[in-house]
Ligand binder design. Structure first.
Ligand code: ATP
Ligand code: MG
Length: 165
């Protein structure tokens, strides 16, 4: 269905904000920063599946930032794409692992990842879902500094006139 991405992203982030606020561990503080375009971006997506992708990116950003930190979420448009990104200040991903994190069951540093829980399927599923939507998902990261996950989706801006048809 045609979905307002700003609203959908906000909806997911509101839920994470609630959980993170009730976390009573004072030396592990997370904050979510939203940098969204002010224009409403209407995109044809499967809401449930797209939410699953955003949930996994947010869960990862938290799970792999053991010391807390800021998670910056961006939403912007180019002339024919929308770009969403989630960036963290966590463990980061070694260069050699960057191309593999979207593989099924692939986990960086197995011992450490096992301690964090999970199956290593989240990003493989996310990639599948995003490609179903004709989009792309990729990551940029620096070990020890943090990671940025990007999603781009094809986008055709609605003309002012179309909105009244
Ligand atoms: P699941 O999502 O199935 O619960 P998972 O989080 O381990 O398990 P993915 O989401 O597919 O699986 O991520 C694959 C691996 O990529 C992770 O195990 C982790 O090593 C690495 N990774 C993913 N996101 C991040 C991140 N934000 N920072 C650092 N490493 C990450
Ligand atoms: Mg995951």
């Amino acid at each position: 269905e045609l979905v307002n991405l700003n609203e959908l992203f906000n909806h997911v982030l509101d839920r994470f904000d609630m959980i993170l606020k009730t976390d009573d561990n004072p030396d592990k503080i997370y904050s979510i920063k939203r940098e969204f375009t002010r224009r409403d971006l209407w995109v044809e997506v499967d809401t449930d599946k797209f939410q699953q992708v955003l949930d996994n990116l947010m869960n990862n950003a938290i799970k792999y930032s053991p010391d807390g930190g800021q998670i910056t979420c961006r939403l912007l448009e180019t002339h024919n794409h929308v770009i969403l990104s989630v960036s963290d200040q966590g463990l980061g991903i070694p260069k050699k692992d960057l191309t593999h994190v979207f593989d099924r069951f692939y986990r960086v540093d197995k011992a450490r990842s096992r301690a964090q829980g999970g199956t290593g399927l989240g990003l493989a599923i996310s990639k599948e879902i995003i490609s179903m939507h004709g989009g792309r998902i990729w990551v940029d990261s620096k070990e020890g500094k943090g990671s940025i996950f990007y999603i781009s989706l094809p986008y055709e801006p609605l003309d002012e006139e179309d909105q009244w048809e």
